[in-house]
Design a protein around this ligand. Structure first.
Ligand code: C2O
Ligand code: CU
Ligand code: CU
Length: 492
């Protein structure tokens, strides 16, 4: 990305973050923020992204204002990094919406580069999906509007312009979009943002000794590159383990691996289990007691931790390289304590309804073959580095089709397979039906080296003969190296 000195009103640094926010308010900028991110009922050193307030227009649409800005952040101790973020110098606010809402995202691109904003995991029309066809020029604006047409889940938003996704995500352009609904299952989960509901945006990204955020295979492999572990933008190796003290007896964490490539496994430091309540695409049918949660780049999960006065629960992240070289080791990512004296009620035994797709006679079966030629990453033999290549090699289906895809991986690398538009179900991995969260709705999954993965999906609701969706590796370095292609859902 071409560097650009931050305009005065966005010269935010993470360490001066809160001061920066009030400066914005004083300056009367059009950005709107909720009251201080950390409510009175939670305290500690955990960085809690601000909740972005919307305004409601005369037709009832919730309007959110997002501005892509450049700034600086101290990621390595004493070193200033050029970073970008939504409405702030690094990362972005959290947006909360409800199933059935109509939203409008007023996006301003104040970067020096073309960009897009993609709503990862959102079931929305391709004309507003924010893929490489929805470009926003430097200085430009885009105001996609869409209905939230899915039940409770944890989505995120990030740039998706052709060839610059890894660069722009690594620079800090990532934010969380939480969808709520009015089912009993969702109502049973903590949902007061900043009080008993928190995002944990975890990143292990390559950084040079001079503080440059790196985003290529060459950057990953350079011997001087380090991989700091960031939690909501704070380097736990510099700032120490984030702490969080709440009044509640149960906390819900929305965990996102926003790394460009690395794989993050979350466990409790005491070896105990915790409760997973959602995959990346939906609430689980029932709460699941898990010993750990492995998330590839782009993958999310929701977990609940019960804690009462006198207890302390520390979550930790173990990092493994997703790319040519990556982070390693285990770091604490949050230590949770509570002043609650009474234990939380048991979670309901059912959170949501999960129905397996009928795949007895699919409308199409396809093979998605992942391979590479050196650093050229291929889907079905084609490097998707241009729109023309992806249009020629892409997938064409029709509205309503149910399909079964076999994803093969001829490489010795782990990939993170992601499909836009609709979530999918994993039928088998190397011939075996998956368990746990991988047995329900997903939009991003780990693809092991040399593995065969069969998934099924149905292309409901949105067709467009001009705009397409994307499917790709969410190791965004691989994505930019060509492991991406296009999906057209035709009106039929
Ligand atoms: Cu998270 Cu195609 O993207
Ligand atoms: Cu996506
Ligand atoms: Cu990959």
């Amino acid at each position: 990305m071409t560097e650009r000195s931050a305009p005065a009103h966005t010269a935010l640094t993470r360490r001066g973050f809160l001061r920066g926010i009030s400066a914005l308010a004083v300056a009367g900028a059009s950005l709107r923020f909720a009251a201080p991110a950390r409510a009175a009922t939670a305290s500690g050193s955990l960085t809690v992204p601000p909740l972005l307030e919307s305004t409601t227009d005369s037709s009832g649409t919730k309007v959110f204002k997002l501005s892509m800005e450049s700034g600086t952040t101290e990621i390595l101790s004493g070193v200033t990094s050029a970073t970008c973020g939504f409405n702030q110098a690094f990362l972005g606010p959290v947006l909360k919406v409800n199933q059935g809402d109509t939203v409008q995202m007023d996006i301003t691109n104040n970067l020096d580069d073309v960009s897009t904003v993609h709503w990862h995991g959102a079931h929305i029309p391709p004309s507003v999906d924010g893929g490489p066809q929805n470009t926003i020029d430097a200085g430009g604006t885009f105001s996609p509007s869409f209905e939230i047409n899915q039940a409770a889940c944890t989505l995120w938003f990030h740039p998706h312009a052709l060839g610059t996704t890894a660069e722009q995500v690594a620079s800090g352009l990532a934010g969380m979009l939480i969808v709520d609904d009015d089912t009993d299952g969702a109502a049973a989960l903590p949902s007061t943002y900043g009080t008993d509901q928190f995002p944990l945006i975890v990143q292990s990204n390559p950084v040079s000794t001079a503080g440059a955020l790196l985003f290529t295979t060459a950057g990953e492999t350079a011997s001087t590159t380090s991989f700091p572990l960031l939690v909501n933008g704070s380097n736990v190796g510099v700032d120490g383990t984030p702490t969080l003290t709440v009044d509640a007896s149960r906390v819900r964490f929305h965990v996102l691996n926003a790394s460009i490539a690395d794989i993050i496994t979350v466990t409790r430091s005491d070896g105990a289990t915790f409760t997973q309540v959602a995959t990346d695409a939906a609430l689980l049918s029932k709460p699941l007691s898990v010993a750990g949660l492995q998330l590839v780049a782009g993958e999310r999960a929701e977990i609940c931790i019960d804690v009462t006065s006198g207890d302390s629960v520390t979550l930790q992240a173990t990092v493994t390289a997703g790319g040519a070289r990556g982070g390693s080791g285990t770091s604490a990512i949050v230590t949770l304590t509570s002043s609650a004296t009474a234990a939380a009620d048991e979670l309901p035994s059912s959170l949501a309804t999960f129905t397996a797709l009928d795949v007895s006679s699919p409308d199409a079966t396809r093979t998605i073959a992942l391979s590479n030629r050196g650093n050229s990453m291929l889907i079905n033999g084609v490097a998707g580095t241009t729109m023309a290549a992806m249009e020629a090699a892409g997938i064409m289906t029709t509205l309503g089709a149910t399909e079964v895809w076999t994803i093969t991986n001829a490489t010795g690398l782990t990939h993170s397979f992601h499909l836009h538009d609709v979530p999918f179900q994993v039928l088998t991995v190397n011939g075996v039906a998956p368990t746990g969260g991988y047995a329900e709705w997903k939009d991003t999954i780990l693809i092991a080296p040399q593995s065969t993965n069969v998934i099924a999906m149905q292309f409901t609701d949105y067709a467009d003969n001009t705009f397409g969706y994307m499917l790709h590796c969410h190791n965004t370095v691989h994505e930019d190296e060509g492991m991406m292609t296009m999906l057209m859902v035709m009106t039929g």
